[in-house]
Ligand binder design. Structure first.
Ligand code: LLP
Length: 437
């Protein structure tokens, strides 16, 4: 019997076990607090208010190191859409990563921190004339072409010799949520491999007087657990390379590596991925008599998701005939992922412990679907004023946040060596009113 099981019989409640994989590295839980990056989250909530996103620098940077160590010969490209924040882009630049941007806005952020242009890849199935203009003006290293129309648009605006990759839809089902499954046929991204559109695009770009084809790209989707999907993509992409008839120096396998969100989930098998993908790549290239291209990968979520947590204050508790609703001061405006993808989270009460009971944590927005976590255990006496922490909120939270109900978006507070630092300030009503003329 564990100590935690013994304690209730003595009348003392132990804090629920901290699932380490979900929280920033080194997070410690005491009976009345949670310490992240050496900083008490109760103090953070008191100083910066709630809701508040907290980002642990050491965790994000340990992930960049893990990717670079697992694939030392590969180019690791941070998917900037997962956490568009100047300081995070700075960390990525310092840690030697490249950057994937998919709009003039993300490019402006990168530019504002002097992210090296040659290490920027421009993505997206729609690049507006403004996006392309900004990309060309900054002299970005590579543009990833997504449609025949775009090839023409870039040819007419790019500098001579602009390096490009072609995005291919390889027809690989990575078994993830349909809203983020992008490797399968019959969808808006890329050039289909099966239909021959990809090969046609290769021929078109190879013959272009102004563009220089350096590689092929595919992105299977997001929150992918199965390494086998990447192996299959490698096999298909190398076969395509072999049929291209022109040298292809780079193979970009995109991102999508899963992050743990719930107790019992484990981080993506990065070591296994690195080994199996390298073996598949070398084998296929040898079998098809083509030189081994340089590998690129584009992780986003797997670098920042578990570096972030969100703090909320409980505003109200309601008991109905069937369940307990715990309503907090944020919701689908800072986390639309449960509503969009059926994403599930775990929740921890900070400051007290006690016998647990299942509750539904809901947001403040005017929709019944504004649910942050369903059927999660919290102390049965949870009440207004309590502080809640939700882990694994570093990726696609700040990025997806909205002003629904004209609620101000939360700040991001960075923590490092026991010091908090405001990275993105809380939005104000003045910010909200500024655009409305
Ligand atoms: N490369 C490309 C071309 C992408 O479109 C994406 C993500 C990535 C890399 C990075 O994927 P990651 O390693 O972060 O899975 N909003 C959704 C996720 C959308 C992903 C969009 N593309 C969510 O909250 O789950």
């Amino acid at each position: 019997m564990t100590l935690a099981q013994l304690l209730p019989s003595t009348g003392i409640a132990a804090p629920p076990v901290l699932e380490e994989a979900l929280w920033p590295v080194g997070t410690t839980a005491t009976r009345d607090d949670l310490v992240i990056g050496g900083v008490s989250v109760s103090r953070l909530a008191a100083r910066f208010g709630t809701p508040c996103q907290v980002l642990d620098e050491a965790t994000a940077r340990s992930r960049t190191r893990a990717f670079r160590a697992a694939l030392p010969a590969a180019e690791v490209v941070f998917a900037g859409k997962s956490l568009p924040c100047r300081e995070v882009y700075r960390w990525m630049a310092e840690d030697g990563l490249s950057l994937d941007v998919c709009s003039a806005g993300e490019l402006a952020l990168a530019r504002s921190v002097g992210f090296p242009a040659e290490r920027i890849l421009v993505h997206g199935n729609v690049k507006t004339p403004e996006d392309l203009k900004a990309a060309v003006a900054y002299g970005v290293g590579r543009v990833v072409l997504d449609s025949t129309d775009e090839i023409g648009h870039l040819e007419s605006s790019a500098r001579a010799g602009q390096q490009v990759l072609i995005r291919v839809t390889p027809g690989v089902d990575a078994r993830t949520h349909p809203a983020v499954a992008t490797g399968v046929e019959d969808q808006k991204f890329g050039f289909s491999l099966a239909s021959g559109a990809a090969l046609e695009a290769v021929r078109r770009v190879a013959a272009s007087p102004s563009l220089r084809l350096v590689g092929l790209h595919c992105h299977l989707g997001s929150q992918i657990r199965h390494v086998a999907a990447y192996e299959e993509a490698v096999r298909r992409m190398v076969r395509l390379i072999a049929s291209c008839g022109v040298p292809i120096d780079q193979l970009d396998l995109g991102g999508g590596f899963a992050a743990p969100y719930l107790p019992g989930e484990t981080p993506f098998d990065l070591g296994g991925f690195a080994h199996r993908v390298r073996v598949a790549l070398n084998y296929e290239c040898q079998a098809h008599h083509v030189p081994v291209p340089r590998l690129l990968i584009e992780p986003g979520r797997s670098i920042v998701a578990n570096a972030g947590i969100t703090l909320y204050r409980v505003a109200a508790v309601k008991h109905t005939a069937t369940r307990t609703f715990v309503a907090v001061d944020g919701g689908m405006s800072d986390n639309p992922r449960p509503a969009l993808y059926g994403a599930r989270y775990t929740v921890r009460l900070v400051g007290r412990t006690g016998p647990q009971a299942p509750v539904t944590v809901v947001g403040r927005h005017c929709e019944a679907g504004d649910v942050l976590a369903e059927n999660v255990p919290l102390p049965a006496d949870v009440r207004s004023g309590d502080l809640l922490a939700i882990p694994a909120t570093g990726a696609y939270h700040h990025a997806l946040a909205s002003n629904y109900n004209l609620v101000c978006r939360p700040p991001i507070v960075g923590v490092r060596h026991g010091e908090p630092r405001l990275l993105v300030r809380r939005e104000t009503e003045e910010d909200l009113l500024r655009r409305d003329l």
